[in-house]
Design a protein around this ligand. Structure first.
Ligand SMILES: Nc1nc2c(c(=O)[nH]1)N[C@H]1C(S)=C(S)[C@@H](COP(=O)(O)OP(=O)(O)OC[C@H]3O[C@@H](n4cnc5c(N)ncnc54)[C@H](O)[C@@H]3O)O[C@H]1N2
Ligand code: MOO
Length: 401
């Protein structure tokens, strides 16, 4: 039996770094920066005002108060975007707006609230300290400094920064194209009537969503019954355009294990057992040179196997600096048991402090899975944990929501 880490290494080795493409910022949400991106300009690009008010010399306005106002002529008006800013001559102020370039000679901005707002001669009834409400050139980042290191995931803030420092597009790794194929003669498309003994096919929806969330481009093939020829024909019709094929079902010990039966003959996919639960029966290899990972059919097993093996491999191929989920430790609200010799990935709900198991260990409990926001990891050599014990928790999608 393989350890979790051994099988992670096998799956990880199947996928290599994806080619780099340049995409416009508007299409780059969720992608991963492929090369270090420097700032093309400094931020701020020039000294500017942080407030709407009056650019002044502190020596001339610092003593202003309600009882002893200071009156000064307004020599210029500087809205944001003005490019020809005159120098601030002694004995004058400039009306200035937030983000507008600070005139040379000014060392304070008096907010409009501390004035009468006049545009000819302004009455100043108070002043902040020298240097207040000024933003300095380059205080956030300087031109040439590293803005976004390779491996950064592009969320809202990172995309905003990329634009702010002057990039119109970003180099990112191409999304891996992942084929998803469910197997099982009991499966029926949701929306159609069920006969006794049939169930709705759910793994392809689950896995395709997981692929997308991991940064891949999922293509769901129509599920196939437990028929080796039909399965192989379906796979081969599409495989050439894929970076990875993920199958579900047909890998355990029964009489109709379509995935195992179809791929074992090729000699390029290895079927094995991993010391974990759920997700014991696993397979990985290549078919016609294309990486293939065969996940067990129980929905929770498919989900957990994807989380443990496929997601980190996809994210590594995408160049993520942090391919793994965030983990934390939390205390259990109730005791639990775990089988010896297998790492358990129990479903849990973490509230930011403690964690509660959601449902039992059964890998068919998909409704309970949908209520969980984390996986509680119980090591192979631990069989019992009391309430209050500290456990390792993997925060899966929706954690803390
Ligand atoms: N004698 C043994 N039986 C089983 C073993 C074993 O070692 N010896 N392993 C068990 C474990 S653990 C798992 S996990 C499952 C894995 O089985 P398969 O990968 O072959 O999956 P199936 O038998 O096709 O299905 C299992 C279960 O999941 C349902 N299923 C399958 N595909 C879907 C789908 N696309 N959508 C929704 N539900 C699906 C299926 O109806 C079964 O109930 O084997 C155990 N048995
Ligand atoms: O190991 Mo299976 O994946 O529990 O249900």
């Amino acid at each position: 039996m393989r350890t979790v880490e051994e099988h992670q290494a096998v799956v990880g080795a199947l996928l290599s770094g994806l080619p780099v493409e340049e995409v416009p910022l508007t299409a780059a949400a969720g992608r991963v920066v492929a090369h270090d991106l420097p700032a093309l300009v400094s931020l701020p690009g020039f000294a500017n005002s942080a407030m709407d008010g009056y650019a002044a010399r502190h020596a001339e306005v610092g003593a202003a108060s309600e009882s002893a106002p200071v009156w000064l002529p307004v020599a210029a008006d500087i809205p944001a975007g003005r490019t020809d800013v005159p120098r601030l001559e002694p004995g004058t102020v400039h009306r200035i707006m937030t983000g507008a370039p600070l005139p040379e000679g000014a060392d304070v901005v008096v907010p409009v609230e501390r004035t009468d707002g006049a545009t000819d001669v302004v009455t100043i009834t108070g002043s902040p300290d020298a240097g207040t409400h000024l933003r300095h050139a380059g205080e956030d980042i300087r031109a040439g400094e590293l803005a976004l290191p390779a491996g950064t995931a592009l969320g809202a803030a990172q995309l905003g920064l990329a634009a702010a420092v002057g990039h119109a597009s970003v180099p990112v790794r191409r999304r891996p194209r992942v084929l998803v194929l469910s197997t099982g003669s009991e499966l029926v498309e949701p929306g159609l009537p069920l006969q006794p003994g049939q169930i709705y096919e759910s793994n392809s929806v689950l896995l395709a969503a997981a692929v997308t969330e991991a940064g891949g481009e999922a293509r769901t093939l129509h599920f196939v019954p437990d028929d080796v020829d039909q399965f192989l024909a379906t796979v081969r019709a599409e495989l050439a355009t894929a970076d990875l094929l993920v199958t579900s079902g047909g890998v355990s010990a029964g009489a109709y294990e379509v995935v195992k039966d179809a791929f074992r003959g090729l000699g390029t996919v290895e079927f094995t057992k991993v010391a974990m639960q759920p997700g014991g029966p696993q397979g990985a290899g290549t078919v016609d040179g294309v990486p293939v990972v065969t996940l067990p059919g129980n929905p929770v097993s498919s989900f957990v196997s994807f989380e443990v093996f496929v997601r980190p491999a996809l994210r590594r191929a995408l160049g993520h600096a942090a391919p793994d989920r965030l983990r934390t430790t939390a205390r259990l609200t109730a005791a639990l048991r775990s089988p010896a010799g297998r790492r358990q990935f129990l479903r849990g709900r973490f509230d930011g402090e403690v964690v509660t198991q959601v449902g039992g260990p059964g890998s068919h409990l998909v409704a309970h899975l949908a209520r969980a926001n984390c996986l509680v990891v119980v090591p192979e050599d631990v069989t019992e944990l009391p309430a209050g014990a500290e456990v390792s928790v993997v925060l899966v999608e929706g954690a803390l929501q």
